[in-house]
Design a protein around this ligand. Structure first.
Ligand code: DUC
Ligand code: ZN
Ligand code: ZN
Length: 487
């Protein structure tokens, strides 16, 4: 037998279900063997004292995306995926953003071209439908599904993005026909606009007023409506970026009733609060995202919702805008909160911040960390078992992680192009040392080795996603629920 291309020796292997000492033998970019004292490989990587994790799967990040307001976010595929790699994330799902009046197919071609050129890690896309007119759903969507796109995103709020209920039902119907997942930005548009207008009229322009301009009940209403419409068509949906205790409760109840709804929250809703926005001057703009940061009590509820399986994954919702005229300050030096681009960077620090909270902070431990940040998103979006786990046959996307290394996150620019991080000043314990993509090192000793164009598109087939329902419940049966009954 030919020697392994690479043996990772002496580490502690961690999956969503297990933790054990083992060597990993890698051939042709895949995990070929897991065992004690594997024979020598052509190359060897010493993992003694390290934990070996599947590379992170970030299922929600905005990369090189043109917003509906006409601002391109600060990252290219190269800079965003460099930051992903440095943080231990080896798969990203970003967006193809269709705009009103434009073609979805043309947008897909454009994003493919840019990702192919720049990506350092592997990638897939959610297709944003801002204008789901009949020819888009009937003529443009089917070839995109055949080309390997398996998830859509719609907005129930925001000018030039939001779709009405009737359009949403059209999207759900199309998704059902093709076996796609539909991800939903679920907030009440009218409440946000109405509250925003009144606050600004009364002179409340500071970034901190972004928070009351997005009423909690607006998230509840949006999630409730998103689920009700999906239930009408028996179509699976994913509620993106849940921020409130009440929002999570709506999902909890719906899942208890057997509705096909899944939920995501993000690093920032678990580890930052609305207090961050309350800073002198315009500084708080760095923490403006939608939905907004909430309260410590919401954090408790979200951790609980993750624990019991009401929410299944934690993404970054990476949406970087610089604190200058290209980004957050595009409307001038002293904008009202309504004029500030929404979003914050988070691709690189998602895993270190969550590792610290979950493993050292007692919020679920190592296996659960792997499940929420890699395995569950890979399953939900049809990337598993190629991605999101350590098993024979899986891609050798691996992170050799130093569980004890303490890092104080510096203020100032990181590898992405936002120019700041919302986590500056915090000390986290646990940091990636080496990162492999399909068996090749893309980070060694914290140094980026990966090159643009190394990342590959991950085609997915609609209707095949094995969707976990949470710890205490049986596995969702894709053949029964996602396929046959929906056709
Ligand atoms: N909210 C989103 O829904 N997307 C991008 C950034 C943000 O804050
Ligand atoms: Zn969103
Ligand atoms: Zn988003």
């Amino acid at each position: 037998m030919e020697p392994f291309d690479l043996v990772i020796r002496g580490g502690t292997v961690v999956t969503a279900g297990d933790l054990y000492a083992a060597d990993l033998g890698i051939r042709c970019g895949r995990i070929d063997a897991i065992g004690a004292e594997l024979p020598p490989g052509r190359e060897e990587l010493d993992a003694r004292g390290l934990v070996v994790l599947p590379g992170g799967v970030d299922p929600h990040c905005h990369i090189e995306q043109l917003s509906a307001a006409g601002i391109v976010n600060a990252d290219t595929f190269e800079s965003a995926t460099a930051s992903a790699a440095l943080g231990g994330t080896t798969t990203v799902i970003s967006f193809v953003a269709q705009h009103v009046g434009s073609s979805l197919a043309a947008a897909a071609e454009d994003y493919h071209r840019r990702a192919e050129r720049g990506a350092i890690v592997d990638y897939a896309f959610h297709l944003i439908l801002a204008d789901p007119r009949p020819e888009i759903l009937k003529e443009e969507l089917p070839p995109l599904v055949r080309a390997g796109h398996a998830s859509l995103k719609v907005f129930l709020a925001y000018d030039r993005l939001k779709i009405e209920d009737e359009q949403y039902l059209d999207v759900l119907e199309a998704a059902r026909a093709h076996g796609l997942m539909v991800c939903v930005h679920a907030e009440n548009h009218g409440m946000i606009r109405w509250m925003g207008r009144r606050l600004v009229e009364r002179g409340f322009r500071h970034p901190r007023f972004h928070v009351p301009s997005h009423p909690r009940i607006g998230e509840v209403e949006g999630i409730h409506r998103a689920i009700a419409c999906a239930a009408l068509l028996d179509q699976p949906i994913m509620i993106f970026h849940v921020s409130t205790a009440e929002g999570a409760a709506v999902i909890h109840r719906a899942r208890g009733e057997g509705k096909k709804v899944w939920g995501e929250t993000c690093t920032q809703y678990l580890t930052l609060t609305a207090a961050e926005l309350d800073r002198p001057g315009i500084e708080g703009a760095k923490w403006i995202c939608s939905p907004p940061l909430r309260e410590p009590s919401d954090q408790e509820a979200l951790w609980w919702a993750l624990e019991v399986g009401t929410l299944q994954c934690v993404s970054s919702d990476h949406a970087p805008y610089r604190m200058d005229a290209t980004g957050k300050l595009a409307k001038g030096e002293n904008p009202s909160f309504e004029e500030i681009a929404n979003g914050m960077p988070g691709l690189e620090l998602r895993l270190p911040v969550l590792f610290d909270a979950m493993v050292h902070g007692g919020r679920g431990g190592l296996c659960r960390f792997v499940e929420l940040t890699a395995t569950a998103p890979a399953k939900i979006y049809g990337l598993h078992p190629k991605k999101g786990t350590i098993a024979p046959g899986a891609d050798a996307d691996l992170v050799l992680w130093d569980a004890e290394r303490a890092v104080t996150i510096a203020d100032g620019p990181r590898r992405d192009r936002a120019g700041y991080t919302p986590y500056a000043g915090r000390t986290v314990r646990g940091w990636p040392r080496h990162v492999l993509l399909r068996g090749r090192p893309i980070v060694r000793d914290g140094e980026l080795l990966g090159t643009p164009g190394q990342g590959r598109f991950l085609p997915r087939s609609g209707g095949r996603a094995a969707v976990p329902t949470g710890r205490s419940e049986p596995e969702f049966d894709p053949a029964r629920n996602f396929g046959a009954r929906l056709r």
